[in-house]
Design a protein around this ligand. Structure first.
Ligand SMILES: *Cc1c(COP(=O)(O)O)cnc(C)c1O
Length: 520
């Protein structure tokens, strides 16, 4: 059955809440159905002339039935998408304490710069002589990234952190092949606290992954690494600060040991935002590191992109950078698309990468300056430690109560005996108007809650978050199980049946009638 706006009047439980109004709407929270379910295939928002007679060249294969694209008038279409957009929780609507994701404010100035016609309207197939300004911007961004990391080269083109990891590891693979050791060096060491993309990247390009355990203190120790080193090891992939929010203090010794054994040191740079302007990966012995422009340098992300994951390379790996790269061309610049005696593995992507993200990142860098970038890192660390200090009397920390970097990690020990799980707690946070923190990651910590407030949050907003966390914690400890078992109570959809969704995914839209029949 469809209501007066073409929306389905499915039973209340399908919407996760009792149907309290005729329309299913709750004041400004409008129950919006899929555009296909609005079922108006005979309506259109555009006026197109009938095409002139033409002879079809489909050889009798033209479709016999209607295409059945959904039809809406222009105002209906505008409403559909605006209503959908209002269901989106974003960094522009509230605090987003997702650990590891660095959801910080994206300054509007950067958006304005990215829309300048000279950057926003250029086409990748334009002659390079007509896009010299854009190439200069890429050159300037490269200079900053090399300066901030103290590395030798940068490949801008990778389109996400994981893609940058792939580029860096492919450079390592090419370097090893150039030494004639590609048949022997086939192992990549990855600490067990690593982000899942690390082992996935290594495995994807044919390396065997061997895990390195962290110590009781959450850190990787040189002894544990040395035990696994040998002529079969191609590289280690380490994150610093690591995914537990701790700085790997013995990184210099680990890097030296890996180098001595003939391997390379890949650093996952997704957490670079904690140390920009304070420590330089090049000084720590890193050979390759991706930089998530969409995390550290505040270009928008979430919802699938676009991200941008330039990878910086040490002198030992610079010759193995992917194509294209920038070079001087007389007075100007050019993108070099081929190289002689090519040792590298080719290109990561068509064209040159995410131009719009380069503009935003450089705009962010220039508007902060080097002192401002350092302060952003310091404030990110300060904010995380403020949250830690305000919560550590209740929430348990897996590695003891000590200073963290830009994110603070709690575990589930404090919830013991309450019937409330980390997941329940995160869901209850939604009812309080916050995006949940990262849960159950890193995997090495049971019931992990990883909180990264970023430097964007004011003292007032951190205080509200802390008070909401404390209030929920007291409820959990007092045995208010109802509150958690049913959370979130106020979101348009409550807990989804994730098992069923995974086992029996509905990947194709079907007409309503077919749904109704299926339900009978
Ligand atoms: C985000 C992240 C990645 C992957 O970056 P994407 O841009 O999402 O591909 C890798 N490692 C860590 C630690 C991260 O936080």
């Amino acid at each position: 059955m469809l209501n007066n706006q073409g929306r389905s009047t499915q039973p209340a439980e399908a919407h996760g809440a009792a149907r309290e109004t005729f329309t299913g709407n709750r004041a400004l929270d409008i129950e919006e159905s899929l555009i296909f379910d609005q079922n108006r295939f005979d309506t259109t928002g555009v006026d197109v002339d009938e095409p002139a007679p033409f002879s079809d060249r489909l050889g009798g294969m033209s479709r016999a039935s209607e295409l059945e694209l959904p039809g809406l008038s222009e105002p209906e279409m505008v409403r559909h998408y605006v209503r959908l957009s209002r269901k989106n929780y974003s960094i522009d609507t509230g605090m987003f304490p997702l650990g590891s994701c660095t959801m910080k404010h994206n300054p509007r100035l950067n958006e304005k710069m990215a829309r300048l016609p000279g950057f926003g309207d250029v086409h990748p197939l334009q002659p390079q002589s007509t896009v010299q300004g854009a190439l200069m911007l890429m050159q300037e961004l490269s200079r900053w990234l090399i300066e901030l990391t103290n590395m030798s080269a940068v490949a801008l083109s990778p389109k996400a952190g994981a893609h940058g990891e792939l580029a860096g590891m492919m450079a390592i693979k090419a370097a090893i092949a150039s030494r004639g050791e590609d048949q022997t060096r086939k192992t990549v060491l990855v600490p067990d606290s690593a982000h899942g993309t690390n082992p996935a990247t290594a495995a994807l390009i044919g390396f065997d992954v061997q895990s390195v355990p962290a110590g009781e203190d959450g850190l990787v120790h040189p002894a544990a690494v040395k035990e696994k080193l040998g002529p079969h090891v191609a590289a280690i992939m380490l994150t610093n600060p690591n995914t537990c929010g701790l700085f790997e203090r013995e990184i210099v010794e680990i890097a030296a040991a890996v180098h001595e054994a003939g391997g390379y040191f890949y650093c996952d740079g997704a957490n670079f935002n904690a140390i920009v302007g304070i420590a330089r990966p090049g000084d720590l012995g890193v050979d390759a590191m991706h930089i998530n422009l969409h995390k550290t340098f505040s270009t928008p992300h979430g919802g699938g992109g676009p991200g941008s994951g330039p990878v910086v390379l040490s002198e030992r790996l610079a010759a193995f950078a992917p194509l294209p790269f920038l070079a001087k061309d007389g007075e100007g610049l050019k993108l070099v698309e081929e190289r002689d005696g090519n040792q590298a593995f080719g290109r990561m992507t068509a064209f040159q990468g995410q131009m719009g993200m380069y503009v935003r990142a450089l705009s962010y860098i220039l508007s902060h300056g080097s002192d401002g970038l350092r302060q952003a890192s310091q404030d990110a660390v300060l904010n995380a430690n403020y949250v830690r200090a305000c919560l550590s009397d209740i929430f348990s920390q897996p590695f003891g109560d000590r200073a963290c970097m830009h994110e603070v990690l709690f575990d589930e020990t404090w919830l013991k005996g309450t019937h409330v799980s980390t997941l329940d707690f995160a869901k209850a946070l939604i009812d309080e108007g916050f995006h949940p923190m990262t849960v159950y990651f890193p995997l090495v910590v049971k019931g992990a809650m990883l909180i990264e407030p970023t430097e964007s949050e004011s003292r007032a907003s951190l205080d509200l978050f802390v008070m909401a966390m404390r209030d929920l914690a007291f409820r959990a400890l007092r045995g208010d199980e109802e509150r958690f078992a049913k959370a979130p109570r106020f979101s348009p959809r409550a807990r989804l049946d994730e098992t069923r969704a995974a086992r029996n995914p509905v990947l194709k839209w079907k007409k309503r009638e077919a749904w109704a029949e299926a339900a009978e």
